[in-house]
Design a protein around this ligand. Structure first.
Ligand code: XMP
Length: 329
């Protein structure tokens, strides 16, 4: 019968045959489940001839790039380059408050940087004796993405453009490898566990391509990124400590575009307004707010207030989707 192990072995064999003895493959990784499982699969199939690229866009969660580097390189043996492009992204985002513009800037800049990196890797391969050309492009597409891109022409296409580095493989004349295209999310997770990927990574909540930029309502500044990273870190840390991370589909902090009034000592302070959101959903098309066990939110809110400088107020958002969305922009 069908087992995950048999599927994995078959897929590894298929990739080896496809890529050949010398062929080189490139692909983007984000630190999420799909790209990590796909990268690990490639590593098993072709080793160092798979070149993974992670772009630090300056709006990742705190220490995300460092952690992904650690897990993929040391933990999983993946040949990964992390490109720190945070200044380039943050400069371009300066003063931009329209959410769709933010998405476009991040998507386009991501493609530019990935392309530059791919050229560098291709040149390096040319100069390496016995290395074949870079001809292949890894994409962590899942079965639902395949279905969706066939049947939908709606906003979901915009959602997916960042993920699949839109149009890049054709432009660079690369051939696609999609090892996960027959799998659903829970199957990808099972495969990740099978391959020895750490449990907390396998169970990770999704994180949007435009990252914290769409969780900072209004204009993105370096200061706001710093505040949000700290608040988000505390939120997720306490969710894990309370043992409810796996009961929640997605949880995150966001920053309001307006300041709120608060008090520090005997002074009134106009500080940041932090929103917390945690939802339960099966398909992300509809969602309900998560009901925390007593005491958990109080602890989180008090930690954020005490530990993150400049925060005046913290709110927990309880609207369902619809009428709300999961993200704030
Ligand atoms: P919404 O806010 O539409 O979110 O209810 C549904 C799911 O999609 C994610 N999302 C995005 N993911 N780029 C992404 O890669 C985006 O621009 C984007 N916008 C929303 C969101 O995090 C949630 O999981």
């Amino acid at each position: 019968g069908w087992t995950m192990e048999a599927f994995k072995d078959k897929e590894v064999a298929r990739i080896r045959k496809l890529v050949g003895e010398k062929g080189q493959v490139i692909g983007a990784v984000s630190g999420g489940v799909d790209s990590t499982v796909a990268a690990k699969l490639m590593q098993e199939a072709v080793g160092g001839r798979f070149h993974a690229v992670m772009v630090d866009n300056g709006v990742l969660r705190k220490d995300e790039a460092k952690q992904v580097k650690e897990t993929l390189t040391r933990g999983l043996g993946v040949n990964l380059t992390v490109v720190d492009a945070s200044d380039r992204f943050l400069d371009l985002l300066e003063g931009v408050s329209d959410p769709e513009k933010k998405r476009k800037i991040i998507g386009n800049t991501f493609i530019e940087i990935f392309e530059e990196e791919a050229k560098r890797i291709a040149k390096e391969a040319e100069l390496t004796p016995h290395a074949g050309p870079v001809e292949w492009f890894l994409q962590g597409t899942l079965y639902p993405d395949v279905i969706e891109s066939i049947s939908f022409k709606g906003p979901s296409q915009t959602i997916k453009t960042h993920h699949n580095v839109g149009g890049l493989p054709e432009k660079m004349k690369l051939k696609l490898i999609e090892p996960l295209r027959e799998l659903f999310k829970d199957e990808v997770r099972a495969m990740g566990r099978e391959m020895g990927i750490p449990a907390d990574l396998v169970g990770r909540h999704p994180f949007p391509g435009p990252g914290l930029a769409i969780r900072i309502l209004g204009a993105v500044t370096r200061e706001k990124v710093r505040v949000l990273q700290q608040a988000d870190l505390i939120f997720i840390e306490e969710i894990r400590k309370a043992g409810v991370y796996n009961d929640i589909s997605q949880a995150f902090a966001a920053l309001s575009g307006d300041r709120a009034v608060g008090v520090v000592g005997d002074q009134r302070l106009h500080g940041y307004l932090v929103f917390l959101r945690a939802v339960q959903t099966t398909d992300f098309m509809t969602a309900t707010a998560y009901e925390f066990p007593p005491g958990v939110l109080t602890k989180i809110v008090s930690r954020i207030g005490n530990e993150v400088e400049g925060v005046a107020r913290v709110l927990y958002e309880v609207t369902s989707k619809p009428p709300s969305t999961i993200e704030f922009e």
